[in-house]
Design a protein around this ligand. Structure first.
Ligand code: FAQ
Length: 317
């Protein structure tokens, strides 16, 4: 009886915190469903950042100049940093990083659909910066106001770095568009391949998104998948016009009544296939991640042994 009264009080305090738009912190009581949803979303996000190093990383040894190589190295390193902030945020909820990695490797946790596509030309580096980081920013800026403190704070820094990534991608594409016909064709061909997968990054349509409603109530998510997808389409079209490229969608047109662009339906059966692990590069991405994890085992063992020794010494004092 007493414990259920206490539980009710905790639940009311949690709900009051959410409705007052305050942050829930790791020390606070929270419903198990809230904790589970956050671990699921933050882990998936962290895995995406780490797996997301691979498509562009594949071009590090083939960048066309030292300048482009230095920029790309810095960007790929930033993605590693984002993954680490996010794993740390998940750990504040009681998740174990090793366990999250196991779940990624055996397919129990997902990573973003977008990283299951191959990078075929150097223009893909620019298009990933422009469209993929652009979509990531569109999705993540509202997450800076997410109700869970460590996630919201991690997102502030991540978004600043993603904005820089987006600009470097756009600048790379601008440079190529000022180049030869072959370079312009390479950019357009790359945009044609990435446009639809970029729209799918926002997740399934709202009427097929099982988690959105509850995540919005808990203010983990601030907008639905479709709202953010629309925002991304509206912001990308003037950028494409300035660049001189088109998007491969015959239904794309301004709708004056809605004050927004109409656009076609992404191929959701492709999306379902990709998130089920059947994307063009899915097997390669996980195999590379598994190899990196196994090759790094000695580093983790050494770091753990060092930390254990340091704490034994500290206790002996
Ligand atoms: N890919 O009910 P919903 C980046 C899953 S970071 C794979 O709508 P929710 C930076 C979803 O998990 C990109 N799976 O789910 C970068 C759920 O399955 P589950 C990552 C997806 O959570 C740039 C099921 O479908 N960003 O790009 C996807 O409410 C360049 C039903 O979906 C984030 O993770 C998808 N696209 O909404 C790095 C942002 N969409 O878990 C390197 C944070 C949905 O029940 C280079 N995450 N699913 O088995 C979010 O905002 C949300 O989790 C959504 C999905 C919007 C992704």
């Amino acid at each position: 009886m007493t414990s259920s009264i206490a539980e009710n009080e905790l639940q009311s305090h949690f709900e009051a915190t959410i409705s007052a738009d305050l942050r829930v912190e790791p020390r606070d009581w929270m419903p198990e469903g809230y904790r589970k949803t956050l671990i699921r979303q933050i882990a998936q996000h962290a895995h995406s950042e780490i797996i997301g190093m691979q498509p562009e990383g594949a071009w590090l040894t083939r960048a066309p100049s030292l300048r482009r190589k230095a920029i790309l190295t810095a960007k790929v390193q930033d993605e590693a940093g984002h993954g680490l902030y996010l794993y740390s945020a998940a750990e504040t909820l009681g998740a174990d990083r090793g366990d999250l990695t196991d779940k990624l490797l055996d397919g129990r946790q997902k990573y973003s659909s977008i990283f299951n596509y191959p990078t075929l030309t150097f223009a893909d580096v620019g298009v990933i910066g422009w469209l993929v980081d652009g979509a990531a920013i569109c999705n993540q800026v509202p997450l800076c106001r997410s109700s869970f403190g460590p996630y919201a704070r991690a997102m502030i820094r991540v978004c600043k770095e993603e904005s820089f990534h987006q600009r470097q991608g756009y600048e790379l594409l601008m440079t190529m568009m000022r180049g030869t016909d072959a370079q312009r064709e390479m950019v357009q061909e790359s945009v044609d391949r990435w446009w639809w997968p970029a729209l799918m990054m926002f997740g399934p349509p709202d009427d097929r998104s099982p988690n959105s409603e509850q995540s919005m109530k808990w203010r983990i998510k601030r907008h639905t998948n479709d709202e953010l997808r629309q925002r991304f389409v509206d912001m990308s079209i003037p950028q494409a016009e300035a660049l001189g490229v088109t998007f491969p969608d015959p239904d794309l047109r301004w709708n004056a009544e809605r004050g927004a662009y109409d656009f076609g339906e992404p191929d959701w059966s492709e999306f379902m296939q990709v998130i089920a692990g059947n994307g063009a590069s899915s097997v390669e991405r996980i195999a590379n991640r598994r190899a990196a994890h196994e090759n790094g085992a000695w580093v983790r063992e050494a770091a753990t042994a060092f930390a254990r020794r340091a704490s034994t010494k500290e206790n002996a004092r």
